[in-house]
Design a protein around this ligand. Structure first.
Ligand code: FE2
Length: 310
């Protein structure tokens, strides 16, 4: 980040205004999916009841290839119980560990589907890996909106701004709504550290810079994380933190950690991590906006497994 990071300055102003005025702060409900350690969020404006769903999960059994809707239906129940109007379905990135439920939720609740503009690069990389035909468009057209760095949006009377935070993948975006930042796969809880950077298109150096950019937000910015795996010595799942807590305590990136130290740590740690169980089905579906590949002539959708290619 440079002194002329206008998007960050605007995000800072927005967070400060929301910290000082409860009417500018969203209501946030987190939904934890234990099968994939993912947290989905419903973020709503108490005044107008408009809402966004962030990083929804479609339940998927890898062994049987069967999808189900338990996780998504919990979100629908919450939305209906609180009489919310969903205007956005947001993906912080193309997830590699779970399939998005956005198309199902859009059908039931309405709302537009948005993701970062760099999804185009992710579609290019994985389109090649899966040898997708020319019918698979690599232009982001499977989404209703492609967000760019510094873009403003709103949920009812709440203000939002988007920051591009690549590193885990090229397309990661942080969505800052009022005083709350939904940071996707960048930071995890302070005792667990940070997201991996070894997927195709990932870059630990970029991830460090993205995280340090987020940590320039005001100390009391509320940070909502995409995953939690507990941590040694912690028995409860947790997904909310603050900039101050991360700067003081994050085991990978607290203040004083250098970029080179982080990159060396990340490379060593990533080398020990298995690929997520659902990476191949997830990526294949999520680069299509959460839609399954077109059914074949027997009416069945197939998910491909590239052998010895990842
Ligand atoms: Fe991810």
């Amino acid at each position: 980040m440079t002194d002329t990071d206008i998007a960050l300055q605007q995000a800072t102003t927005q967070v400060e205004a929301a910290s000082a005025d409860a009417a500018k702060r969203p209501t946030i409900a987190g939904f934890f999916d234990e099968a994939t350690n993912t947290i989905s969020y419903v973020v709503s404006d108490p005044a107008t009841k408009e809402a966004a769903v962030i990083d929804s999960v479609l339940d998927y059994q890898a062994a049987s290839g069967r999808t189900s809707y338990g996780s998504a239906d919990r979100i629908i129940e919450y939305v209906e119980a609180n009489r919310l109007t969903v205007i956005w379905h947001i993906e912080t990135h193309a997830h590699a560990d779970h399939i998005s439920a956005a198309p199902y939720l859009q059908e039931k609740l309405g709302g537009k589907l948005g993701i970062g503009k760099e999804i185009i690069r992710v579609q290019d990389v994985f389109g090649k890996l899966f040898n997708a035909g020319t019918d698979f468009e690599r232009d982001g057209s499977q989404f209703d909106h492609l967000f760019t760095d510094g873009e403003h949006f709103s949920i009812g009377e709440l203000e939002g701004i988007v920051l591009h935070v690549p590193g885990h993948t090229p397309a990661d975006m942080a969505f800052i709504i009022g005083d709350a930042a939904f940071v996707g796969d960048t930071l995890f809880m302070p005792d667990f550290g940070t997201a991996r950077a070894d997927f195709p298109g990932g870059d630990a150096r970029q991830l460090f810079r993205s995280i340090r950019r987020l940590l320039k937000l005001p100390d009391d910015t509320r940070l909502f994380l995409c995953h939690d795996y507990k941590a040694p010595g912690r028995d409860e799942y947790a997904w909310e933190s603050t900039v101050k807590l991360q700067r003081e305590n994050n085991v990978h990136v607290k203040d004083g950690t250098t970029e080179d130290e982080f990159v060396a740590m990340r490379a060593a740690r990533d080398a020990t991590l298995d690929m997520p169980t659902l990476i191949l089905p997830s990526v294949q579906v999520n680069i299509r906006g959460g839609r399954l590949p077109e059914p074949e002539e027997n009416g069945v959708s197939y998910i491909k497994i590239p052998v010895n290619a990842v």
